[in-house]
Design a protein around this ligand. Structure first.
Ligand code: HAM
Length: 424
């Protein structure tokens, strides 16, 4: 039997899960603070959805999608959520009935990439999408929300890069300028980029091959070809971010590896991550809803990689997250069932309690209580069992007190040690 998880995936054990739960909880709080509601979409969609929206010539669709067929359908594990959010929005006809929506999602995505630090084949994203507005203030809200979230999880030092890619009006002129520039330098382009030249020249800007990258320094830039509306939009975005004291850096070389972006694009980058330094990224996608068959509606959003946030914030293992308030210790084998009944009583009163199931001696049960850091131990022996009682021991002071089972939960809740120790 294969014991290893598939390459590029991981098992998350309880000690690590605590950091994941904390991140999810913080993200939900921040998203809700800004008025976003959760949308849960399926883990797989028709493959065609991503081919048509993420883009046929993108790495994600060309190389990385996990596709499978069942019956007559061709499906893909979702490599990203934005197309799925738009699909769900159109499925509910929200473009007509309630076009303005602020949604968030948290969940796993799948891309067949070469695994390395911060890059896995199953990874999780936290994301937001605002649908139904062309306002540059939406871009600002989305970008600043991301900064707020990263600060809330301890990533104060994340840099934010922003750029503008133009719209349907000014992009054709930019496309022609790029084509002209690269056509004169064909010999320096990699094979992929030569193909991309005709299919989608913008992809060349995203190429990682060094000889292609060298050419980018002098390549035409989107801002040199943008129309007045795009210029005004971007000026409002940067000026308002400034007013909100969100430090961002305009980076005209920033292009994102997905096809649907228009106007503002941005990335959150963190130095500690090495080659995969983007903790998140996003942008505006004003044509996606219309191109997917809906009424024209502007939209913008971002997604962040949870693994990368956890790496950058140095989240480690947290044993304390599993620390019970009380360990119930059975004095001998005849008391084990009574010990479980005692723990049950505590749990039903909302007090976390744990006990031994391995037939350990009283000494090793006490040692274990010490090791897990339980502030209280509840000892049950033959006398306690006969009298429906238990002996409560304070692990700090060593103080002991025998109580009826009925009074035990109240005594624990009122114990000063519970008020002072951080326990669950
Ligand atoms: P993306 O840039 O492809 O954008 O992914 C967003 C983030 O997901 C990345 O910055 C990174 O942190 C994380 N990520 C991506 N691939 C991997 C991987 N293989 N392993 C670990 N983490 C990864 C999108 O997905 C867009 N849907 C964002 C968006 C939302 N744009 C508008 N709305």
């Amino acid at each position: 039997m294969a014991r290893r998880a598939p390459r590029g995936t991981q098992d998350i054990f309880p000690e690590q899960a605590a950091a994941w739960q904390h991140l999810e909880k913080t993200a939900r709080e921040v998203f809700e603070l800004y008025g976003y509601g959760e949308l849960r979409t399926p883990m797989f969609e028709k493959a065609e959805l991503f081919i048509k929206t993420t883009g046929e010539t993108t790495d994600i669709v060309e190389k990385e999608m996990y596709t499978f067929s069942k019956g007559r359908g061709q499906y893909a594990l979702r490599p990203e959520a934005t197309p799925a959010v738009v699909r769900a929005y159109l499925n509910q006809r929200l473009d007509r009935s309630a076009p303005f929506q602020k949604l968030y999602y948290i969940g796993p995505m799948f891309r067949h990439e070469r695994p390395q630090k911060g890059r896995t084949r199953q990874f999780s994203q936290l994301g937001v999408e605002v649908l139904g507005s062309y306002s540059p203030l939406v871009d600002v809200e989305v970008i600043s929300l991301g900064i707020h979230l990263l600060k809330a999880v301890g990533l104060e030092k994340t840099a934010v890069r922003v750029n503008t890619l133009g719209c349907a009006e000014c992009r054709p002129g930019y496309r022609d300028a790029l084509k002209g520039y690269f056509a004169e330098r064909l010999e320096g382009l990699c094979d992929d980029c030569r193909r991309r030249l005709d299919r989608n020249v913008f992809r060349v800007l995203d190429c990682k091959v060094p000889t292609c990258r060298e050419m980018l320094a002098d390549a035409p830039r989107a801002d040199q070809h943008q129309c007045d509306n795009c210029r005004k939009h971007f000026e409002t975005v940067t000026a308002t971010l400034d007013r909100l004291e969100c430090a961002v850096e305009v980076d005209h070389s920033l292009v994102r590896g997905l096809d649907y972006y228009t106007r503002t694009v941005f990335e959150y980058v963190h130095g500690s991550l090495g080659a995969q330094d983007a903790v998140g990224g996003g942008g505006r996608y004003d044509n996606l809803i219309e191109n997917s068959g809906g009424k024209p509606q502007g939209a913008a959003g971002f997604a962040m990689g949870m693994e990368r946030i956890l790496i950058a914030s140095g989240a480690g293992e947290d044993e304390a997250a599993l620390r019970p308030v009380a360990c119930v210790v059975a004095v001998d084998d005849d008391c084990r069932e009574y010990a479980l009944a005692t723990a049950d009583r505590l749990r039903k009163a909302g007090i976390s309690a744990d006990l031994d199931f391995e037939g350990r001696s009283i000494k090793s049960q006490m040692k274990r209580a010490n090791r897990v850091g339980a502030p209280l131990v509840v000892i049950v022996g033959p006398d306690e069992k006969d009298d429906q009682e238990a002996t409560l021991k304070n692990m700090d002071t060593g103080e002991e007190q025998t109580l009826s089972l009925d009074k035990l939960p109240g005594a624990i809740s009122n114990s000063p040690i519970i008020q002072t120790k951080e326990t669950r």
